[in-house]
Write a protein of this length. Structure first.
Ligand SMILES: [Zn+2]
Length: 343
């Protein structure tokens, strides 16, 4: 840029200097305190691994991953086996599982964090042990960032004609694949974040956010959580705009939008973000209990489709290239959430 300034009058040169200085200050503010995330970590997020994870989680063998049912428990064991293989350690001293009791009260499910369930369970209602999976990469300093997605889905419905199994490939094996690949990428990078990153795979979301609500109610470090990142359905897109990504974030944190804008300029992503800065991030997904505690949110979502909450939400319909790019972009964002001094 400066090569072409020789013939420009001094006044314009001065203006250019101030514009350059302002731009520099702006980008310094955007990245204040951030360490650059190494390319080898970022590139370790692959389309092939997304296919493997979603292919298994959304297979009929897992019977729709109903919370607390055998298929859900196999999904949990599989997720834990990957975390263990990659050396991503448990967050809790007791191990990867955060188990909790849940029971059906009329049409609603409640957990032991809401009420003492013993009287209800004695009535013979449906009751189960559900399990969040919590892993962590320890930070060098204080504070926490939580990166989460729910792994449960709707199970099977024998009353349906034809296919009875809700495979839940987009909802939400897609989100689980992103959380797992980001955990792996950061672990593989060998870099240490400033804040501890908690990777959370929630159970019981489809029964009204049971796992994430339980975590928030029981979390002893809640005041030290500086952000929550959520993935719920990131593998599809509206038929008329297949490249669409809803990038939803707390309106009080405009930097979250600037980070994405700067990454979109630098990388050839196959998605197009729609920036949605919102004051109200309550309802619909696991960001809700965090938003209710005024914790800043980033939420990736590629919108509904005709297969939503139907047995036809299957693995072969996922756009793996786009999903993998979303996981890569989110990995860069997680790294900033965990290393930028203030946002
Ligand atoms: Zn759902």
């Amino acid at each position: 840029m400066l090569i072409f300034t020789e013939n420009i009058p001094d006044m314009k040169k001065t203006n250019l200097f101030f514009v350059s200085a302002l731009l520099c200050m702006f980008f310094c503010a955007v990245e204040a305190g951030a360490q650059k995330f190494p390319k080898k970590g970022y590139e370790s997020i692959t389309e092939e691994r997304s296919r493997n994870i979603i292919g298994f989680l959304a297979s009929d063998l897992l019977q729709g991953r109903d919370a607390g049912a055998p298929g859900g428990k196999i999904a949990a064991e599989y997720i834990v086996s990957l975390l263990r293989e990659w050396g991503v350690e448990p967050f809790l001293e007791s191990g990867y599982y955060q188990n909790f009791a849940a029971a059906k009260n009329g049409n609603n499910w409640i957990t032991e964090a809401d009420f003492d369930l013993s009287g209800l369970i004695e009535t013979g209602c449906d009751n189960r042990i559900m399990s969040n999976i919590l892993a962590a990469i320890p930070g060098t300093g204080e504070g926490y960032v939580v990166v989460g997605a729910h792994y449960d889905h709707l199970g099977v419905d024998p009353s349906l004609e034809g296919d009875t199994c809700y495979n839940g490939a987009d909802d939400n094996a897609s989100g689980v694949s992103a959380v797992l690949q980001i955990a792996r990428a950061i672990k593989m990078s060998g870099k240490k974040p400033r804040r501890t990153i908690i990777f959370a795979l929630w159970d019981g979301e489809e029964k009204w956010l049971l796992g994430s609500r339980f975590f928030v109610k029981k979390c002893t470090v809640l005041p030290e959580i500086s952000a929550y990142m959520n993935f719920d359905m990131i593998g599809r897109g509206p038929a008329e705009r297949p490249e669409h990504l809803s990038y939803i974030y707390s309106a009080g944190n405009p930097l979250f939008g600037e980070w994405m804008k700067s990454d979109v300029k630098k990388h050839d992503f196959s998605f197009v973000p729609f920036y949605n800065a919102s004051d109200n991030l309550i309802g619909g997904s696991d960001n809700t209990p965090f938003a209710q505690k005024n914790i800043p949110i980033v939420w990736y979502h590629t919108e509904g489709h005709p297969d939503y909450h139907r047995p036809s939400d299957s693995a072969e319909k996922i756009n793996y290239g786009k999903l993998t790019d979303i996981a890569r972009a989110a990995c860069l964002c997680v790294w900033r959430l965990a290393t930028v001094k203030k946002y």
